[in-house]
Design a protein around this ligand. Structure first.
Ligand code: GRG
Length: 319
């Protein structure tokens, strides 16, 4: 598929700034919560983050002809859920990370109690946004109810939280790549898959299209987590010494199999988008970006290069 006329960098900047403006709007202080809680919420959401999930919602929605502003409440709600998961994941009881998005993590900056509450507030706020009566008037109550159910399913015990709790029970040395895939599909994949599906559901995509988008996003979500593991492996030796205890796809499957798996996942993403022609170019580029973001950035011990000559010729995309 020709890619010469598609400017990915511009596309991402444009969509990111659209999402960022909407997030500022949604996080306006229209309540009586303490200033410090509001500050912690804004600190953890604004000024950082690729906005990968909401951009995915926009890209899929636009594929099915939906206007961006109609997609925004759900795109932003999913980003807030993602931001809450990062705050809680960084807490000492879980990953114990001091840094997030290049600055002190929420609990390092505001203390654990406020970080817990900021995460809780963001999760709840996402449902406040999705259940806004103005959204229901625009999309209709049955559709909104279906979408809220979809997001709850992915964010909760059946999805992200379920995956995270499985990870806590991993027994080092007994983990297989297949078991890790199952876990990653929930922990990271469920929210990414829902971000894509929400765009298709709002666009009233036909069953076969929704299935294609679902398969695309499942492969994308898994590739996202595996490439995150590769990127993470570089940091372990630097400022994340406690991460050496955590099994991930790279540590269990090894560099060669990991690179091969990511390449296959990229191929699956591209295959699912084949029938949409140039209209799906943003989704194809997003998949290429995810799969190839480790190129030239391989983990300390292994050369993991997921070659794609076409993309390398086009130059790296900063996101
Ligand atoms: C503790 C509630 C809770 C959930 C835990 C998804 C998850 C489960 C925690 C997030 C922590 C984490 C490091 C997950 C692995 C992959 C991932 C989601 C990385 C960060 O996502 P990016 O790269 O981050 O989209 P930005 O900063 O760009 O938004």
């Amino acid at each position: 598929m020709a890619r010469d006329n598609f400017d990915m960098q511009r596309y991402l900047l444009n969509r990111k700034s659209f999402i960022d403006d909407a997030l500022v709007h949604y996080l306006k202080k229209d309540h009586h919560a303490t200033s410090v809680l509001h500050e912690a919420v804004c600190y953890s959401v604004l000024d950082g983050g690729k906005r990968f999930r909401p951009i995915l919602t926009l890209a899929v929605g636009e594929l099915f002809g939906v206007k961006r502003r109609v997609l925004l409440p759900f795109a932003c709600a999913i980003e807030l859920i993602h931001c809450y998961s990062l705050i809680h994941d960084d807490l000492p009881a879980l990953d114990n990370d001091d840094l997030r998005r290049g600055k002190p993590s929420c609990h390092k900056r505001f203390g654990e109690a406020i970080a817990l509450l900021a995460g809780d507030a963001l999760l709840t706020e996402s449902f406040f946004i999705m259940s806004d009566p103005r959204v229901a008037r625009l999309l209709g109550v049955p559709l909104v109810s279906k979408l809220i159910r979809e997001v709850s399913d992915a964010a909760g015990i059946r999805g992200m939280i379920g995956g995270q709790s499985t990870e806590l029970e991993l027994v080092k040395g007994k983990v297989t790549p297949a078991a890790l895939e199952g876990l990653d599909r929930l922990k990271t994949g469920a929210l990414i898959t829902t971000a894509a599906r929400v765009g298709a559901i709002i666009g009233e995509a036909a069953r076969k299209d929704l299935d294609r988008v679902t398969r695309y996003a499942q492969s994308l979500g898994l590739a996202f987590q595996i490439t995150d593991d590769i990127l993470d492996a570089r940091e372990v030796s630097d400022d994340k010494p406690n991460h050496t205890d955590i099994a991930n796809y790279l540590s269990v499957a090894g560099p060669a199999r990991t690179g091969e798996r990511v390449k296959n996942l990229l191929a699956e993403c591209l295959r699912e988008m084949q029938s949409y022609g140039s209209r799906a170019e943003p989704l194809r580029e997003i998949a290429r970006y995810v799969a190839l973001r480790t190129n030239g950035n391989a983990a300390g011990d292994g050369e993991i290069v997921i070659a794609d000559e076409q993309l390398l010729r086009a130059g790296p995309v900063a996101w």
